[in-house]
Design a protein around this ligand. Structure first.
Ligand code: DC
Length: 224
């Protein structure tokens, strides 16, 4: 059986930064499942799908063949063979991904793909339902959190450093809205798995978080 680490938590808790660093240090493949949900939302946006119509989302997601490849360790999401990475980080895609990821047919397709990836590969996978649904047998499960105000400040800094004009209160409002949607959806809502270790990153540096999880991962790998 492969060695898998599941990292779940709300948007902006630092999951992808932490998971990428851990994967490099532990020689594991990093799988960013949020990017797959984003690619599906991008597919639906391009098709002109009505995001308020679940039946249409179910029908329109059927011709999206999503797969992943790696270039220098960096994950590339392929949508029907096309590299769609450059389109996945826009605000429109972020917002729509949070809507279309509530659809059962979208989730069925992507969860199956994620489980197949983990069958024969040692990996670290991050998302919202990895410990609870995708990889319930993962050897280590982490639930990464940070307060909404900390996550908003981090996002504000990231955007202003890029020269983007933004409003801190507006960012915090959007974060709270996405958290609510991710935690209250009917299928696989974001929640801590019973056997997950919660790590609150509000007052920690990235290196401190990485070291803490590294220690847990090495113990688990030794034990296994
Ligand atoms: O982690 P992210 O912001 O890139 O995720 C984009 C959206 O996809 C987010 O609204 C939650 C959803 N998602 C999900 O429902 N399940 C996952 N395993 C990963 C992401």
């Amino acid at each position: 059986m492969s060695f898998c680490i599941a990292i779940d938590g709300p948007a902006g808790a630092g999951k992808s930064t932490i998971a990428r660093k851990l994967a490099a240090r532990l020689c594991l493949v990093y799988v960013d499942t949020g990017a797959m949900y984003r690619a599906m939302a991008y597919h639906l946006l391009r098709k002109g799908t009505d995001f308020t119509d679940q039946a249409q989302i179910s029908a329109d997601c059927q011709d999206a063949d999503i797969s992943i490849a790696y270039d220098n360790g960096e994950q590339i999401v392929l949508l029907n063979g096309e590299n769609v990475n450059p389109y996945l980080r826009s605000e429109a895609v972020s917002e729509k991904a949070s809507v279309s990821s509530t659809n059962g047919d979208v989730r069925k397709r992507l969860v199956l793909l994620q489980q197949k990836l983990a069958e024969h590969t040692d990996l670290i996978m991050d998302g919202r339902d990895i410990g609870t649904c995708v990889l319930p047998g993962a050897q280590l499960k982490i639930y990464l959190t940070a307060s909404a105000s900390t996550r908003a400040k981090r996002r504000y800094l990231e955007l202003t450093q890029k020269g983007v004009n933004c409003d801190l209160n507006e960012i915090e409002r959007e974060i709270n809205e996405r958290d609510y949607r991710d935690m209250h959806r009917e299928i696989s809502p974001l929640r801590k798995a019973d056997d997950a270790v919660e790590v609150d990153t509000s007052d920690m540096t990235i290196d401190q978080v990485v070291s803490q999880i590294m220690e847990m991962a090495l113990k688990k790998r030794k034990a296994g």
